[in-house]
Design a protein around this ligand. Structure first.
Ligand code: SAM
Length: 249
């Protein structure tokens, strides 16, 4: 069984997810105590999709996030670098395609909204992925990044870190088709941006009106942003707006 490292070499990451595809959805639901479905539903709500709109779900995996988004009535396409994960989602009757977040196989401004759920942390160059997502979003379109983050209350953070290092790998050992992938999960969560730092990365990538909302005490954060009205590029009137933190929910 393969396990990627914090270097996140794209082929290693893809191989690891190929091998984790069996039982992937069930493992995540077990490890999160059922919270993962709620987090995706909150991401869908934050994206405020309308019937008739188009949405791209980057790093869609088995399509579990794409399926959640499709409940809005919008037309949703999922794209993921792992053929194994995409194949696993075939039974879902969704439009799932194999493709790389760093080189999305879509024209500029093709989507009203774009999201990436639990995927950005796995991409070797998250800033480049955010720029590429801005490219395929229409001017004024929306982005939601749903990703593991950092609990804000210190005692809770301590308990959570203990779970990440101990309980989570033990459970994954029993239920996952690639338990090593869950050691990688713990490592990447601990090394990942905190909320303000990810907001800054979004701004650097050209996204505007950046704000975030914590879920489950900050285990997960939803970052929202808007594509520049003039499309990606250095339009000074569109910049200079600091990130906004919204009340925790
Ligand atoms: C933890 S899964 C998330 C799947 C799904 N969005 C969900 O909510 O469960 C992360 C996914 O990111 C994908 N991924 C990693 N790097 C990628 C890249 N460069 N381009 C596209 N997908 C990528 C992996 O193949 C994997 O399926």
């Amino acid at each position: 069984m393969s396990r990627a490292t914090l270097a996140k070499h794209p082929d290693e990451v893809t191989r690891m997810f190929d091998e984790a595809a069996d039982h992937y959805d069930r493992t995540n639901t077990l490890l999160s105590g059922g919270q993962d479905r709620r987090w995706r539903a909150r991401a869908r709500a934050a994206l405020a999709l309308q019937p008739g709109e188009t949405c791209l779900d980057v790093a869609c995996g088995t399509g579990v996030s794409t399926e959640e988004l499709a409940r809005s009535g919008a037309t949703v396409i999922g794209v993921d670098r792992s053929p194994g994960m995409v194949a696993r989602g075939a039974a879902r009757s969704l439009d799932l395609r194999v493709g790389d977040a760093l080189q999305l196989p879509f024209e500029a401004a093709a989507f009203d909204a774009v999201t990436i759920m639990f995927g950005l942390r796995n991409v070797v160059d998250p800033g480049a992925a955010l720029r590429e997502m801005a490219r395929v979003t229409r001017p004024g379109g929306r982005l939601v990044v749903c990703e593991f983050s950092h609990p804000t209350w210190e005692p809770f953070r301590t308990v959570y870190l203990r779970y990440l290092m101990g309980g989570l790998p033990r459970i994954a050992n029993r239920v996952s088709s690639n338990p090593d992938a869950y050691t990688y999960l713990s490592d990447t969560i601990r090394a990942w941006h905190d909320q303000p730092s990810l907001a800054a990365l979004l701004q650097e990538a050209g996204w505007q009106r950046v704000g975030w909302r914590n879920l489950t005490g900050g285990i997960v954060a939803l970052h929202r942003a808007t594509a520049p009205a003039h499309g990606p590029g250095p339009h000074s009137a569109d910049r200079h707006e600091g990130p906004r933190m919204e009340p925790a929910v």
